[in-house]
Design a protein around this ligand. Sequence first.
Ligand code: ADQ
Length: 679
Amino acid sequence: MSRLLIISNRLPLNVERKEGKLHFQPSLGGLATALGAFYKSRPSLWLGWPGIEQEKVKKGEEKEIEDRLAEEQCYPVFLSGKDVDDFYFGFCNQTIWPLFHYFPQYVEYDPILWQAYQRVNEIFADAIVKVAKEDDIFWVQDYHFMLLPRMIRDRLPKATIGYFLHIPFPSYEVYRLLPWSREIVEGLLGANLVGFHTHDYVWHFLNSARNLLGYSSSMGWITTPDHVSKADVFPIGIGYEHYSSIAKSPEVDAEVKKFKEKLGDRKTIVSVDRLDYSKGIPNRLEAYGLFLEKHPEYREKVVFILVIGPSRIRVPHYAELKRRIEEMVGTINGRFGTIGWTPLEYLYSPIPYHALLGLYKMADVCPITPVRDGMNLVAKEYLATKIDGKGVLILSETTGAARELGDAIMVNPNNIEEIAQAFADSLAMPEKEQIERNRAMQERIKRYDVSRWAGDFIDKLSETVKVETGTVPESMSNKTMIELKSQSQKARKRLFLLDYDGTLVPFAKTPEEARPDKELLKLLGELNSNAKNEVVLISGRDKSTLDRWFGALKTGMVAEHGVWMKAKGGDWGMMAGLSNEWKDEARAILKLAVDRIAGSLIEEKDYSIAWHYRKADPRISQRHIREIVNDLLNLTANSNLKVLEGSKVVEVKSANLNKGLTAQQWLSTGELGLYPRHR
Ligand code: ADQ
């Protein structure tokens, strides 16, 4: 089994200095918990920042840290305090995080922070090369390292690289705000497999790759100059069995008992989040206030326990959010509280594991209302502790989890009235209904748990690499060349399927300029005159051009990507069932393009239409080209047409036509089996 190298910002073990001494503690947080069991179940090494700044590590301690971490299959990559500030608190959490969670107003566009991001990604790439062995599989985690897949590929071209993004990938219109958007997509495309939580995120990513870099994709596959990448969906799960079995333990029951003694038989609402503006905490509190106002019958009968895990407090928006939450808690408690009843219990601290599970287990309602969340694991953890199936999950429709947990009460996180109503509906929901809803969701998250998530990702990564091996063009080796020569000399018949533009002749500024020269015609003529040979030119060109240039040679020909075919010495036959009613509208779009981009031109064929821009000013922005392609894609959506992007040309044609298919037909039917002879 190949060794797995996991690369993430933090390691599962965190190093701290307390009273002058180094302390090693398990890291809090989703990823460490999520992947903890998986990486230990196989040969692996986990690379990450150990949590202590380089300048705080004394002489000789680096080795001590390395040795202690090696016991846990971990390897530290040290960063300076400045790097941590500008990279982690800077670019990661003041640029990418707000932008990817649709908070463009919070984004810092600072080249200094961008440089730190590049620098730290480089530091990691170098560290990886230092420890990498042949056949290692690399799995890069999350938004801290979006440049890393490309950097690893540049250093180790044959490496198997997977990447997973734990946060949303935003829609192109938001993503394009980033001045370094191209570099980041290029960085991600260095991986063989790029994973996301939901189909939307995949779609947004592919859309950005197309709009920014001109990469078209098919079923999530993108062919880059040096390899093939696949973008796919892997919704992260939790260690379901682990949560549900711990939830049955006496320790957790003891925690529940302790809470109940304090709260009496009041109904409980529990929410658990890291401190973050993406989690929609102020909206939730406002909705709770509104609920208490509109439903006085619940006053004194319900308690909301608001648990917030400290996070990124050095980033100004986080400190501001904390102040705001504390103010709101004060306002609600001041307004509705009585002696003996605090409507909101607020905890700003990490909660020990058994206490956290105790809170989940006790909670009658768990409101999860992020304005954006890649997935949200708390929703799944809550459900996993519901051994008796009772409890109600309120879930924002803008979380990744909403794609899987359709039986939750769905809310729009900005609709305060709706969330307030959801509190009332949850508290009134009959137990039978609660159990029915939860059982369906529990089944799903039990089946697709975190080890299945990780296993699926790694399996898919290996498959992707296998597919790639068969699809990426490679230079022919000497051995193959000799073999080919010897086989073709021995053969009774030889079929030559030859592409024209870009293969037999280089691309030219206009289609007409790429005509064959005498030498090429002579070569083709000689090849075709040998009785053992069958030569077929397969082209996207129209048939009259092919006739004009090659008619005299009497080779086989395929025009317009397969609309027309003719066998050696025969007549043209046309593929059945084609229509060109759509051409007027496509032509209208392309005429506008010609007006806008001087030097570009339209080439009309019988059943396709192409727009060439090789002759246009090379500085024309990719953006204009993308806009034109997008208009064509919108026009052809849900039709049987395809927009094909070639080298400085965009063509609209029937989706059934392509050169590969035509070549296959030629092989399987001996030539023109599917084409009527005359039209
Ligand atoms: P996060 O934004 O951290 O993760 P989430 O998925 O909810 O969000 O995970 C938080 C984790 O921290 C949970 O396991 C929770 O139990 C724990 N936690 C929170 N507050 C705590 C506290 N006070 N005490 C103890 N534990 C606490 C990112 C993305 C998510 C995505 C995950 C995994 O933002 O969208 O679901 O990665 O991919």
